[in-house]
Design a protein around this ligand. Structure first.
Ligand SMILES: Cc1cc2nc3c(=O)[nH]c(=O)nc-3n(C[C@H](O)[C@H](O)[C@H](O)COP(=O)(O)O)c2cc1C
Length: 358
């Protein structure tokens, strides 16, 4: 099989990506004081700049949006200055990078909240299980239900985060509407039991995402804005009774904005199952489609050849292979990632993965 498409250029908005390989967003919990990116993070991103496009780790838009220790923000001048060093280093290496805009909603803990208050969510339903806090694992607590009047204010924080990201030199932003965080909590009926305009029908459940997209598009060109969804992921204890109908409605709604791309986590991280009709979601969206989860070089090329994706993002492979593009191009062996160093720590398991000798 020819391996042409993976290494061929692709245009999103005014950007030309030199290949179809995207570094997926990866939380690594290594930000410095004040959740500010620092020299180690600069080195990590610069190492991976040969990707066609990089998407930053999820980055909180507000102090309320934080969910774990050591994740970066984009709401303070210090955080913007830290990110500016990252984007400058990536650009110097010839790369392109979007920032992932994040609010975790209920997947937080009072110990992480600015006023020690309850995390917020569409409905007062706690996720099952425990979460990381500065003092180790702790049970999730029942969140506070957001008032409808608060929603425009949070949408405006996404827009402010986007504006800050562009000022810090990012090439665009990705709205994180996946993996059980705030926007996803609104999209799915397992976490959204509201009876107002933000709950009930798929049209109402997608309303908050629509408002966030429209707020972000006030400050950033559509060709520089992507959205990430994970229609059947159950990660963070989330579910939907009719995921195909919910996400068909979401893809249809996003169709009209001429966005840079739709990024879809296909399948469930937890069970490994993949049952939805993703080509249908791709067609309903109608623009560039970035597929993720479980892709190898071979699967990626197969999908590109079949036209079921335009871009493929790689997560765990990018953790351990900073030069993944060269390794794929040369069919070189891949380094296995060390899960023990995924979250938190220093250079070990972060910036010390080897490059092929040159
Ligand atoms: C350590 C780690 C951190 C992650 N952090 C994020 C994140 O910040 N934002 C996000 O949307 N997905 C995140 N994900 C999910 C990945 O982007 C990706 O969807 C997942 O790894 C599946 O892709 P893969 O099979 O290529 O690894 C993370 C995954 C891992 C392993």
């Amino acid at each position: 099989m020819s391996q042409d498409i993976l290494f061929s250029p692709f245009h999103i908005g005014s950007l030309t990506l030199p290949n179809r390989m995207v570094m997926a967003p990866l939380t690594r919990n290594r930000a410095g004081d004040g959740n500010t990116p620092h020299a180690l993070n600069v080195e990590y991103y610069a190492q991976r700049a040969t990707a066609g496009l990089m998407i930053s780790e999820a980055t909180q838009i507000s102090p309320q949006g934080v969910g774990y220790p050591g994740t970066p923000g984009i709401h303070s001048p210090e955080q913007m200055a830290g990110w500016e060093r990252v984007t400058a280093a990536v650009h110097k290496k010839g790369g392109r990078i979007f920032l992932q805009l994040w609010h975790v909603g209920r997947v937080s803990h009072p110990s992480l909240q600015p006023d020690g208050g309850k995390p917020v969510a569409p409905s007062a339903l706690a996720p099952q299980g425990e979460t990381f806090t500065a003092d180790g694992m702790a049970p999730f607590e029942t969140p506070r239900t957001l008032d409808a009047e608060e929603m425009p204010f949070i949408a405006a924080q996404y827009a402010q985060g986007a504006e800050n990201a562009m000022a810090a030199g990012f090439d665009g932003v990705e709205i994180h509407a996946a993996n059980g965080y705030l926007i996803d909590q609104f999209l799915r009926d397992g976490t959204n039991q509201r009876t107002d305009l933000y709950g009930g029908s798929p049209e109402n459940r997608r309303r908050f995402l629509k408002e966030v997209v429209e707020a972000v598009l006030e400050v950033v060109d559509a060709g520089k804005v992507g959205v990430r969804l994970s229609p059947e992921n159950t990660f963070n204890d989330i579910c939907d009774s009719e995921p195909q109908a919910t996400f068909d409605a979401v893809a249809e709604m996003l169709n009209s904005y001429h966005l840079a791309y739709l990024h879809v986590v296909e399948g469930d991280f937890v069970s490994g199952e993949k049952t939805l009709d993703y080509p249908r979601i791709k067609d309903l969206f109608g623009g560039p489609y970035m597929a993720n989860a479980g892709y190898t070089k071979e699967l990626a090329e197969k999908s590109l050849q079949a036209g079921t994706a335009d871009l493929i993002s790689f997560g765990s492979l990018y953790i351990a292979n900073p030069d993944l593009v060269v390794r794929f191009a040369e069919n070189a062996p891949l380094t296995e990632p060390d899960e023990a160093t995924y979250y938190g720590g220093g250079a070990k398991g972060y910036t010390d993965y080897p490059f092929l000798p040159r």
